[in-house]
Ligand binder design. Structure first.
Ligand SMILES: [Zn+2]
Length: 173
């Protein structure tokens, strides 16, 4: 998928891995890249605690419309100009891209099966990740559904977490 300067793609791989670039040049977020091979351990230690982030003017707007009601400095990073307003600062230097990876994991989980394949994104977000899944499934020759005899070996995740079938990307979409 491509749209302006946004990009997202799948490629065949033996594990579920994600590669992401974000670029918010004019803010403290800046340009960050990170690659993660997804398993229970990397999810827990690298991604699960990476908070969402927003810019103060957006937060004020969201609140005005009754949105983001649970959002606060306790659970989100808020940026005002060049400043990060959270007292404790960041949990990781690249917390921003880690959170976007976490977003992508959730978006791709909507496939309904674990994916064995490589996701790559550049400035992609929820909408494009969803379009990418739709494009993948629209092209039947681009994927196969396979059984998962040893779930732990294939994904690093115990079989009880996901249904024991998965989708492997077999061509670039
Ligand atoms: Zn998010």
């Amino acid at each position: 998928m491509e749209e302006g300067d946004k990009r997202a793609s799948f490629a065949p791989a033996s594990q579920f891995s994600l590669d992401l670039e974000i670029d918010f040049a004019a803010s403290p977020v800046g340009r960050q890249t990170r690659r993660t091979v997804f398993d229970e351990d990397s999810f827990r230690t690298e991604l699960s605690t990476a908070r969402t982030f927003g810019f103060l003017h957006e937060v004020e707007l969201l609140k005005k419309y009754g949105l983001a009601r649970g959002g606060s400095l306790d659970n989100a990073i808020v940026i005002d100009g060049q400043k990060i307003l959270n007292k404790g600062g960041l949990r990781f230097k690249d917390e921003f891209v880690r959170h976007k990876l976490l977003d992508a994991v959730g978006d791709l989980y909507m496939a309904g099966r674990p994916i064995i394949g490589q996701f790559s994104g550049s400035r992609s977000g929820h909408a494009m990740n969803n379009q990418l899944l739709r494009a993948l499934f629209a092209e039947e020759s681009a994927w196969i559904e396979v059984g998962m005899p040893t779930p732990q070996a294939a994904t690093g995740i115990s079989g009880s977490v996901f249904k024991p079938r998965q989708i492997a990307a077999s061509a670039i979409v």
